[in-house]
Design a protein around this ligand. Structure first.
Ligand SMILES: N[C@@H](CCC(=O)N[C@@H](CS)C(=O)NCC(=O)O)C(=O)O
Length: 208
């Protein structure tokens, strides 16, 4: 059994989508980050970085319980555990990890900052809004070029790179992107959204 500590955010939903795709049984523990539950001593013992998501796998690689945080590490761990969504072929594998890192180091942090500056009711900072919406659009351009050439981010297969990126693109209204401006991303987004496991994972812990 896997315990998933999560909230209704893109980083959390990467993991619920992956668990659904793998058909792994899991128990959801909602951590309401709006109420500061990520700062409790109980959660800190699971993730010293005070962020969701985190998992506890009662059967880790050595048969002992494993506690893991950082969504990218969790996706790689589950992919290796289940032998799914991370190709064996050395070239395909590293290209998958390249696009996963692109999500972890680019799409997630930049879209996240765009959301922060755009949605901050207390103070609107034009420089911050422009910097992160420009960077968000640049990243969409990179994805649009790639997805105009291949069906999925890593090439011809649906992988953990797509699973990591989908919930962030699903917030396109938050970062004020019209997906019609990026038709290849839209094609990819619509196709992935039709996967039943994606719809289920996106509804954890609450519907989108
Ligand atoms: N690099 C981390 C980022 C995790 C992260 O930023 N999670 C957000 C929700 S999407 C969070 O827990 N925020 C709580 C806070 O900012 O206090 C990962 O990918 O797991």
């Amino acid at each position: 059994m896997i315990d998933l500590y999560t909230w209704s955010t893109p980083n959390g939903r990467k993991v619920s989508i992956m668990l659904e795709e793998c058909g792994l049984p899991y128990k959801v523990h909602p951590v309401n980050i709006g109420k500061g539950e990520q700062h409790t001593a109980e959660f800190l013992a699971i993730n010293p970085n005070n962020r969701i998501p985190a998992i506890v796998d009662s059967e880790g690689p050595d048969g002992k319980p494993l506690t893991l945080f950082e969504s990218g590490a969790i996706l790689i761990y589950l992919a290796e555990k289940m032998d799914r969504f991370l190709p064996h072929d050395a070239r395909k594998r590293i290209i998958t990890l390249q696009w996963l890192m692109f999500q972890m180091g680019g799409v997630g942090p930049m879209f996240g900052q765009a959301h922060h500056f755009i949605r901050n009711q207390k103070e609107q900072v034009p420089y911050g809004i422009k910097r992160y919406t420009d960077e968000t659009r640049r990243l969409y351009g990179v994805m649009n070029k790639r997805l105009g050439e291949v069906p999925y981010l890593a090439g011809d297969e649906y992988t953990i790179a797509d699973i990591a990126t989908y919930p962030w693109v699903a917030r396109f209204e938050w970062h004020k992107v019209d997906l019609n401006d990026f038709p290849a991303v839209k094609r990819w987004f619509d196709a992935i959204g039709k996967r039943p496991a994606v719809a289920k994972g996106m509804a954890v812990p609450t519907p989108p």
